[in-house]
Structure formats: structure tokens, C-alpha cells
Design a protein around this ligand. Structure first.
Ligand SMILES: Cc1cc2nc3c(=O)[nH]c(=O)nc-3n(C[C@H](O)[C@H](O)[C@H](O)COP(=O)(O)O)c2cc1C
Length: 225
């Protein structure tokens, strides 16, 4: 049996805080699709380096370029304003060990604050953009703003697409055993998945990837019924 969930069925769930289903579609919690987490680095207008802990994204491209699509960048954030003003940013992937550091960049988020210092991160110069890179990141993508669209037309978030100009990847992650897919690699956000028995939203959880096997091993397995 399948639970059919329409766009109108937000009332079946309880918000964890008032206005939660205005800031997020209730589908976010119904579907609870894991999202890779990263830090967007930019500079504030006063020159201070800025960080934004971010989920909701996808990555892809073709011969014409490789693109980072970030569906929800809040208009009220420094990051949105910095990206619109400067036209560039970096995407920095850090492991789950840095989760407390990432959260500290949210709590120490004033106009005057150096958010790298707040999170105990180190500024590293980028090769192709003026935005700073996070030295502790195992992979950084340097990006130029390619597209800015308010998908919901509510003036809350924009989908920002960055054209990736350059990547810096920690050598020990991509030589021999690939370390990107495990506890030291990409971290994922499981955002308050809904329990439809009670209507409650669970806590947010962190996850990493478990590699199941190669394409060749899997394509030769018996069909699932
Ligand atoms: C796990 C997690 C994921 C987040 N993902 C996003 C996101 O995808 N988009 C967004 O605009 N804010 C997101 N935030 C909130 C921002 O990190 C937060 O508003 C931050 O303070 C913005 O920083 P800034 O004002 O320096 O840009 C997330 C927060 C957490 C804890």
C-alpha cells in the first residue's frame, strides 16, 4: 500500500516551529531526500570572509561546462547578497567531523563577524575567484554566478546556479582508495523526516555513504521482484 501525499496535505503534519511550512514545503519532510552538505564561502561587503552551511543542491554538466545548482539560497542571507554583488563563490565539502564548526558559522553570523574564525576554519586563496576557500575542505569548487531564479516567486529563496571554474581536491582523497564515500567524505542532511503514524517530524540526522559494490557486480545480480 502506498501513502498518497498531495501538495495540500501539510495539515497532516505538525510543524516543529511556527512558520516551518512557509520556509519549507511540507514535501521536504514527507520526502526527506538526503542532501549533500557543504559550506558556501564568499566575502561580505566589508571584506569579512563569510560561510553558509548549505544543503539542497545538485551537480552536473556537459562539454559546455560543469554546474552547481543550489535550489534554495535564502534572500536574507549574507551569502545571497554576496553572490549577487560579487558574482562568484566557492563550494567547500568538509566531513561530518566539522559539523560543530559548521553550526558555529550560523551562530556567529553578524555583519562584522569573520565566519571562518567563528567556525575555526582557515582561509585559503582561490585560483580563479576572489572568494576565499576553506583550507580544511577535502574538495572545493570555485564558481561564477550563472543563473539566479526565484522558483517559488515568493521572494524567500533563489535557485543559484554556479558555473564551476576550478576544483581543488585533497590528493589523499583521490589516490588509491577513494575517501570521498565514507565517514571522512561527503556528509548528508536527513532533514526532519515525517512520521505519518503520528504526524510528528523527527530530528534532523547526519549521514555518510555506504558503497554497496560496483556497477558490474550489481548489473549481473538476479532481478528484484
Ligand atoms: C544543516 C543545515 C543546512 C542548511 N541549508 C541551507 C540551504 O540550503 N540554504 C540556505 O539558504 N540556508 C541553509 N541553512 C541555513 C544557513 O546556514 C544559515 O542561514 C546561515 O547563517 C546563513 O549564513 P550567511 O547569512 O552568512 O549567508 C542551513 C542550515 C543548516 C543547519
Amino acid at each position: 500500500m502506498k501513502r498518497e501525499i498531495g501538495m495540500e496535505s501539510a495539515e497532516l503534519l505538525y510543524e516543529n516551529w511556527p512558520g516551518q511550512f512557509d520556509s519549507f514545503s511540507h514535501m521536504e519532510f514527507a520526502c526527506a531526500i538526503p542532501q549533500v552538505l557543504f559550506l558556501i564561502s564568499t566575502r561580505k561587503e566589508n571584506g569579512q570572509p563569510n560561510l553558509c552551511f548549505h544543503s539542497w543542491s545538485s551537480f552536473g554538466g556537459d562539454a559546455g561546462g560543469y554546474f552547481a545548482v543550489m535550489q534554495n539560497v535564502a534572500h536574507l542571507s549574507h551569502t545571497y547578497q554576496n553572490i549577487v554583488r560579487e558574482g562568484e563563490f566557492c563550494i567547500n565539502f568538509v566531513s561530518a567531523d566539522y559539523y560543530p564548526n559548521c553550526i558555529a558559522t550560523i551562530t556567529g553570523n553578524s555583519n562584522e563577524s569573520n565566519e571562518f574564525e567563528e567556525g575555526h576554519f582557515t582561509v585559503e586563496p582561490a585560483r580563479t575567484v576572489k572568494a576565499p576557500r576553506v583550507k580544511e575542505s577535502f574538495m572545493t569548487l570555485e564558481c561564477q554566478l550563472a543563473c539566479n531564479v526565484d522558483l517559488s516567486r515568493k521572494g524567500i529563496n533563489s535557485m543559484i546556479i554556479g558555473r564551476v571554474l576550478h576544483a581543488a581536491i585533497e590528493q589523499k582523497y583521490i589516490e588509491g582508495v577513494d575517501k570521498r564515500y565514507g565517514k571522512q567524505g561527503f556528509m548528508f542532511n536527513i532533514h526532519e523526516p515525517a512520521d505519518y503514524a503520528t504526524g510528528q517530524l523527527d530530528d534532523t540526522h547526519l549521514a555518510s555513504l555506504e558503497v554497496l559494490g560496483s556497477y558490474v557486480e550489481y548489473k549481473n545480480k538476479p532481478f528484484a521482484e
